[in-house]
Design a protein around this ligand. Structure first.
Ligand code: NI
Length: 173
């Protein structure tokens, strides 16, 4: 089991859009396995490549309940083709935004195109938690965090809290 370091806000790398992954080779498979180990250990239900310092477009997720058998899904170069409806994603969180949760407006249903880890084309129709996870992770691949989708007041409160914590860490040294 090899786990990767998860970058957290305000790390600037998280804000850059990923590039398309062009070559699905053995290194990519190893990286996907390491991402899966990292996600399960965290634990989280989704993880995007950019969160572990990889700037190619790959996301993984597993929304099966904890006591069920694992169901890992891998999406390479995903794109939202269409979306409809609106839902509030209750108390959304992110491994890259620790100790913070907020309600986020998301599309209710989406259509996603991409490739699986073997490079086979995938078309997914998603709703509910499935649609929310995909939107959250695809946002990551586009350099976006869920705090970019909340009110500026809430976002400022969070940013101030992080700045304060970072200052306190400095003085503790
Ligand atoms: Ni996230």
């Amino acid at each position: 089991m090899s786990t990767l370091k998860i970058l957290t806000y305000p790390e600037k790398f998280l804000l850059q859009p990923t590039l398309p992954l062009e070559n699905i080779d053995g290194n990519v498979q190893q990286m996907i396995d390491a991402m899966a180990d990292t996600m399960y250990k965290a634990p989280g239900i989704g993880l995007a490549s950019i969160q572990v310092g990889w700037d190619r477009s790959v996301l993984i997720y597993d929304i099966s309940a904890r006591d069920e058998k694992r169901g890992l899904h891998v999406l390479i170069n995903p794109r939202i083709i269409s979306s409809e409806g609106e839902v509030v994603s209750d108390n959304e969180g992110c491994l890259s935004v620790p100790d913070f949760r907020a309600d986020v407006k998301r599309s209710e249903r989406i259509l996603v195109e991409g490739h699986d880890r073997e490079g086979k084309p995938l078309h997914l129709e998603a709703e509910g938690l499935h649609a929310i996870v995909l939107q959250h992770e695809i946002d990551h691949l586009n350099g976006k965090l869920f705090i970019d989708r909340i009110s500026s007041l809430k976002r400022e409160l969070y940013k101030r809290r992080v700045r304060k914590a970072l200052r306190e860490n400095e003085t503790a040294l």
